[in-house]
Design a protein around this ligand. Structure first.
Ligand SMILES: Cc1ncc(CN)c(N)n1
Length: 220
């Protein structure tokens, strides 16, 4: 039987291809990406990752399966992969100060992405919200696997790429794919369609997140 995650991946493919070919990604690998653009990305992604972690906990609260619960609670603490630690190092290396963080406001696309994820949980179901989280793991893991072959001449970009190709991140991605497939087994057809839609919409926001950073988007 076809897995729901295969359908999701297939439906989101044009958006994923556009992410793979986005100038932000290409320039990470060539090293041409402006350091200011990377800094902007990191500061905005902080908002994303905070909410992404919080959502793991909120979804876990509504799920009975002990194995899924444990994985999601670990994700809420940032224990499923090494991303949290690596980001701390990036912030310190790039001397992004607390003052600079405090002065940063969430940009329109980051705001919309986060709002979408909460919508899937608060107006939807834990299974829909889990589907909305999945591209965050899976797309970055595919980007990591693609870019690792090319590498980057800039050290910090190379470390960024390595984070998403790492065994920890790949294991977490595979587990999240399995969780979404498992949650779909007890969902009816309507909810399954909504899960697919949540996944495709998150894939849309992933693509536009690169563009937001590339343009250093502001509210006005
Ligand atoms: C927007 C976004 N999506 C995904 C990831 C990878 N966890 C991330 N850091 N930021």
């Amino acid at each position: 039987m076809t897995k729901i995650t295969d359908i999701m991946r297939q439906q989101a493919n044009p958006l994923w291809e556009a992410s793979f070919n986005h100038p932000f990604i290409e320039q990470l690998s060539t090293g041409a990406l402006s350091p200011q653009t990377f800094r902007y990305y990191l500061k905005q992604d902080r908002f994303y990752l905070e909410n992404f972690a919080a959502l793991h906990g909120k979804i876990a609260d509504q799920i009975d399966d002990p194995d899924i619960k444990a994985f999601l609670y670990a994700g809420a603490e940032g224990f499923n992969d090494s991303e949290k630690e690596v980001r701390k190092e990036f912030f310190s290396e790039l001397k992004i100060t607390q003052e600079e963080i405090d002065q940063t406001h969430i940009a329109p696309t980051a705001y919309s992405y986060v709002t979408h994820m909460y919508h899937e949980l608060n107006e939807g179901t834990p299974a829909r919200a889990a589907a909305a989280l999945l591209p965050c793991y899976w797309l970055y893991n595919e980007i990591g696997k693609k870019l690792i072959q090319l590498g980057s001449p800039i050290k910090i970009y190379q470390r960024f790429i390595e984070t998403y190709e790492s065994p920890d991140f790949t294991t977490a991605t595979d587990k999240m794919i399995q969780i979404v497939d498992q949650l779909a087994e007890t969902a009816d057809q309507k909810e399954q369609q909504e899960m697919i839609q949540a996944f495709v919409r998150s894939s849309y926001f992933e693509l536009h997140f690169w563009e937001m950073a590339y343009q250093r988007q502001e509210w006005s």
